[in-house]
Design a binder for this molecule. Structure first.
Ligand code: NAD
Length: 360
């Protein structure tokens, strides 16, 4: 089973190295049969190939069993004509990764604004307001005069249905609650279309408690009653904003995993950026990319019927929670003393213990 590692920019190489060590430990304990390959993406690719991502690499990711993408420093890329392509967007569009899965869960022993929270936001990932990736040609933004800028939002029946059906299936596997978030009272046509397709998908799934909220109300409700939610499905930009809000309530962006999923492929990706301010200092927290890897292993296990992958995901999830519970095994962003690499080494040890316990 091929694991394709794409370290990316800034702190990407540091947190990807930890992720690889952890996967190698799981591979040893669970005999997963993983084979690793590493390819440049971002500035390293720009230097070598003249573009931050190449068509060849997109095809590699399409064929790889497990792809892990580090954060990319898109804000500092040159224009697309000079090779500055957003690798994350290119992979999401080309591999049609239409659902962005963003869990937010409070960890035992870690300070968090929310007291109790265990929810997943499923964000539509290929449409909406994201002007650089929603059109066949050109972008969704135009500037007809120097004083007028227009942005178009794309909402399709098929795109709304498939992401909602995905969220409904996920809710059925969890606590059976689905919240549809929209603004159909104002965006009557576009969010109206999303809402009607989400309602249809939820009804077809059956057995769910379905709730609807306007996005502005939802922003407040996440703070007031975070424990009231299980799976939330919404359009691209609303999901982007709400998932960061939920991550902060649960303890911070560095603690939240993210998986981009389509019908055939999935890519694990940290939910934070490339953190250029701390790159190369070995102080980054690798937990977000590790939790994304948990989601990826679990997804692949479910897709292929391989329970060993799901067991490995479960073990890793538990070992990360153990690390975070103890103030002595946290990185500096969480007021701990561990470097990024030391966090990884202790996690590998702990993982071996947890794996040994499970085998005994
Ligand atoms: P950022 O998430 O990179 O950093 C924000 C703050 O959080 C910084 O102080 C940083 O040091 C800290 N931080 C982030 N991740 C951390 C970690 N794992 N451990 C410890 N501290 C961490 O956001 P930004 O500075 O706005 O963006 C930097 C670049 O990343 C930009 O080019 C942006 O476009 C890009 N970006 C990429 C992604 C992605 O690849 N998925 C997501 C968001 C932003």
């Amino acid at each position: 089973m091929e694991v394709l590692l794409l370290p990316g920019d800034g702190i990407g190489p540091e947190i990807t190295a930890v992720t690889r060590n952890v996967l190698e430990a799981l591979d040893r304990s669970f005999s997963l049969g993983l084979q690793f390959s590493r390819e440049d993406v971002g500035f390293a690719s720009l230097e070598k190939h003249g573009a931050t991502i190449t068509p060849e690499l997109i095809e590699r990711a399409r064929k790889a069993d497990l792809t892990i993408l580090g954060p990319v420093d898109t804000a500092h890329y040159p224009p697309a004509e000079q090779g500055g392509i957003n690798p994350s967007a290119a992979l999401r569009i080309n591999l049609d990764l239409y659902a962005n899965v963003r869990p937010s869960k409070v960890f035992e022993g870690l300070p968090a604004l929310a007291r109790n929270m265990d929810l997943v936001i499923v964000r539509e990932n290929t449409e909406g307001f994201y002007a650089d990736r929603t059109m066949y040609a050109g972008t969704g933004e135009v500037m007809p005069t120097p004083d007028l800028a227009l942005a178009m939002r794309k909402v399709t029946r098929q795109g709304s249905y498939r992401v909602s059906a995905f969220a409904a299936r996920l809710a059925a596997k969890r606590r059976g609650h689905l919240t549809i978030v929209h603004k159909a009272n104002v965006l009557k046509l576009s969010d109206g279309l999303f809402l009607s397709e989400a309602e249809k998908a939820a009804a077809e799934q059956g057995g769910l408690t379905v709730r609807e909220e306007h996005v502005d109300a939802m922003a407040s409700l996440l703070v007031r009653t975070p424990d009231a939610f299980d799976v939330i499905v919404t359009t691209n930009m609303f999901g982007d904003i709400l998932s960061n809000e939920a991550a902060e309530l649960a303890g911070g962006l560095g603690l939240s995993g993210s998986l981009n999923v389509g019908d055939k492929n999935a890519i694990a990706q940290a939910s934070h950026g490339s953190a250029p301010d701390i790159a190369g200092k070995n102080i980054a927290n690798p937990v977000s990319l590790l939790l994304s890897t948990v989601l990826l292993l679990d997804w692949k296990g479910a897709e292929t019927g391989r329970s060993d992958l799901q067991q490995a995901a479960n073990r890793l999830d538990k070992a990360i929670a153990e690390m975070l519970k103890n103030p002595d095994t946290r990185t500096s962003d969480l007021a701990g003393a561990l470097s990024c690499s030391d966090f990884g080494s202790i996690l590998v040890e702990k993982l071996s213990d947890v794996c040994r316990d499970s085998i005994d």
